[in-house]
Design a protein around this ligand. Sequence first.
Ligand code: Z2T
Length: 807
Amino acid sequence: MEMTKEEFKKELQQRLKEKYAMDINDASSQELYNVLGSVVKAYYSDAWSNTWKDYLEDGQKQAYYFSIEFLPGKMLKSNLLNMGILETVEAGLADLGVSLDELAQVEQDMALGNGGLGRLASCFMDSIASCGLPGNGNGIRYDYGLFKQRFVDGYQVELPDEWLRNGNTWEVRKESKAVDVLFGGNVYLAEDTDGQLRPVYEGARRLRAVPYDTAVLGYQNHLVNTLRLWSVEIPESEEDHYRSIEDRRAFEDLTAVLYPDDSNERGRQTRLWQEYFFVSAGVQSIIRYYLRLNKPLDVLNEYVAIHINDTHPALCIPEMMRILMDEHGMSWEKAFNVTVKVMSYTNHTIMAEALEKWPVALMKENLPRMYQIIEELDRRFVNELTICYPENPELIQRTRIIQNEQVHMAHLAIICSHSTNGVAKLHSDLLKEVVLHDFYQLFPERFNNKTNGIAQRRWLQLANPKLSKVLDQTIGTTWRKTPGDLKLLQNYVEDQTVLDQLAEAKKSNKQRLASYIEETTGITVSPEAIFDVQIKRLHAYKRQLLNLLHILKLYFDLKDDPKKVQESRLFIFGAKAAPSYTYAKSIIKAINEVANLINNDPDINGRIKVVFLENYNVHLAELIIPAADVSEQISLASKEASGTSNMKLMLNGAITLATLDGANVEIRDAVGDDNVVIFGMTEREVYQYYERQDYVAKDYYDQSPVLQRILNAFVDGTIPNIYFEGREIFDSLLKHNDEYFVLRDFDAYVKAQEKIDGLYRDQHHWQQMSLMNIANAGRFSADDTMMRYAEEIWHIEPVEQYSKKKG
Ligand code: Z2T
């Protein structure tokens, strides 16, 4: 793929004429963006169709990543970077008096995900392609992505995310690849003409799944994989099956909105439909494609790997069984054998409220054939265990798929797949030793760890061009292809010139963020302050409240002693709360009120400022992360499965202030104890409290005048306008005994923050720590993570002509 600047300019102007009959000067940013998009698409279209062709002709094994969420963010610059024409296009546009950055702003963030899980899926898509691996995504094309967040009087208000309003340049609707999916009705087995038992459907609804394909470009290797997202339509022939407009609307709305709950499941009917819809459409289209290879279905596992991203796509298992048996006449035993070898599953949380369980009645009514198959899977599992472990009926009851009239989706996924992985070492160990211990005893060989990773192209090359340039000048450019080469930076830890350049890049990123803050909130902040960042979904276990309590401590300290020696700090929050999660919303309100109080207190005089940025999303992350000095990763140990913003912040030179949770443990191992600040209980100590049941939060309050003053501020009017929210938070800590041990870890957190303060005061040393973090972030490359999935779970290989060596 080659293109000169002049060719690009000509092409752009030509297309602008064709589409809008306009010159550059007359075109709006939206029009220019649209035209630029079509240039880019045309540019990769050959590579895309060649990749399809190569896969079909070579017939090598492919992986399919099934996820109910994908969170790619904006794609323009990322596509340009991966095609190797980012600089050409930027310069060409500049010649024409147009700024690429301004055009890039026009693109709507594609936010078909809640947070970590969806963003991980998108980092993985980028890495699969960049590693030359044959792998594709399968998900849902929601008409509305994750809600837009606004603050009104400090309260979160949710607005619909109309991301498709101005069209979507990147997607291609493929009507001819549509498939039908059946819901509801009755199913019974009847003898067919050939004497075989086949299911007969009565009164089922037939919905059409239409795929929209988006190209996933590999990094400068000419490979283009596909992200296939399904949208629902009602086939014309079915229109008179709807009894009323409401009845019809319910089905039409199947792919309308993404459920905005990040780690909590609420068993809604539409959610179950969504899950079956994209799973059935995806598996059907995989089988249809496979049949074109003319291979027998009982070796499907030699050509297809299906990955189940958390349990939401776990219906892949019974759906695959259905297709193999009902549509292709395979026996149960053969179908099960193949299915297990095809499927693999990732667990993303140990939080009990996130574990998916569907009521049997709901499943039976909406997905009768799925339920029959699940019931049979359960029956056979129980039978087998009864033979193997006749002395242990409790084990069988604990592990079976159907319990208490509920289908346990995680059990289904583990029992009927060949691999179950956690997303960080600590998390995977907890799965084996505690949460899924029974299953680990039954299938030890199935359990493995795959620590998450991040697409360093987006999170360093694109988000932080300033730092990227310093790296190029210092260690050469190989890190762009091989993130492990960031290690070379360690050689410069004593080099003052390099340290200064790194500091300069950070400063400039802080200025960029400061301008954004000023523009969007009216709050003036100093780039000299420590930028202390906590960006993630709002959840009690992530303990934004701990951060807030510490801010209040600093505030009272300064009120009491205005001469106190203390670095100035800017506390930055970005977080959406699930709309139904009232406690999380109360925390948002409280942070906003504390921010108001502190930012406007003349006694504080700007030495602490608190900014809660609205509508945290991928794009904002790209602005905040390069500007961060401190990365807050303060979840209660054992609760955060991995975290991935921790890796992005480290890569951009922030110092991690963390509990030993999730991937924080591996960050510490990577940088060493001197380059990270760790505090708080370990996961063992947490479990000890659970065993002994002897945590008394109120003791911490009773014994600490500091905590008394801080907590009282929530209920005595010190923090204004939080009459109800303040009481709710106060009670959560003292009346309901502080589920996430905020008070238990408070003192340790304060000390850790004091340590941060002292370290920052020694700027030279701070820069060295920052450098060590950047240098050791290479190990969290999603490229490496994907190669491990490829080798150890999916058993797929890079395609020869696209592999890194050639690229
Ligand atoms: C999610 O983002 C995560 C876990 C979930 O469990 C659901 C959602 Cl939407 C069902 C996150 C984890 O909380 C985080 O620790 C992890 O880094 C991320 O998934 C990716 O594995």
